[in-house]
Design a protein around this ligand. Structure first.
Ligand code: IMP
Ligand code: MG
Length: 177
């Protein structure tokens, strides 16, 4: 069993409502143009699965892996990107999807990387954005919620690879670290 005393920051209902709105915003932006979703593993998975079912657009899905932190609740700065799962993206309209924008380093790097591959456009959708923690100037095109600088878990977000399956966004308790 998962411990049942995790403080809820964003309920499952609020997430679903907001993902509905994001789906409409994104579909209105692309206006029927085919899109290639690039999900950033592993945190994107739950958000991606919910969002794509609200996108009334022709779309394809591919995945990259990028990690700027290893296990703990801190960012190490060293970024590892594995993109061998990506198909040929030349000429494609890309929507990069991640769980959270923290320092901004991961998404900033990935956007530049995807642009170099000859893509037609690269936009970014994040579920969460921490306030006051960005180290690089970077604006997501679509953002679900701005949140305070707390370590959050659930709905795809992990601590030491656990808690991704919580249906809500919760704050990691101090004694779980
Ligand atoms: P950035 O490069 O600092 O923006 O790092 C973003 C990545 O760090 C996200 O994709 C998450 O995997 C991870 N991360 C940052 N903050 C949190 C958090 O509060 N909970 C879980 N993962 C986080
Ligand atoms: Mg991640």
């Amino acid at each position: 069993m998962i411990r049942n005393d995790i403080p809820v920051l964003i309920s499952s209902e609020r997430i679903q409502q907001r993902v509905d709105e994001l789906g409409r915003e994104i579909a209105a932006t692309y206006k029927g143009t085919p899109v290639t979703i690039v999900g950033v593993l592993t945190g994107c998975l739950v958000f991606l699965a919910d969002l794509i079912r609200r996108l009334d657009l022709p779309l394809r899905i591919s995945l990259v892996q990028a990690s700027s932190y290893r296990g703990a609740a801190t960012t190490s700065g060293a970024l590892r990107v594995q993109d061998d799962l990506l198909p040929d993206l030349r000429g494609r309209e890309i929507l990069l999807i991640d769980d959270i924008l923290d320092s901004g380093q991961t998404l900033n790097y990935l956007v530049e990387h995807l642009k170099k591959l000859g893509t037609a456009s690269v936009r970014v959708a994040v579920l969460l954005r921490k306030t006051g923690t960005q180290k690089v100037a970077f604006e997501p095109d679509f953002c679900g919620f701005n949140i305070p600088d707390e370590f959050v878990i659930g709905y795809g977000l992990d601590y030491n690879d656990e808690y991704r399956n919580l249906p809500f966004i919760g704050v990691l308790p101090q004694d779980a670290r």
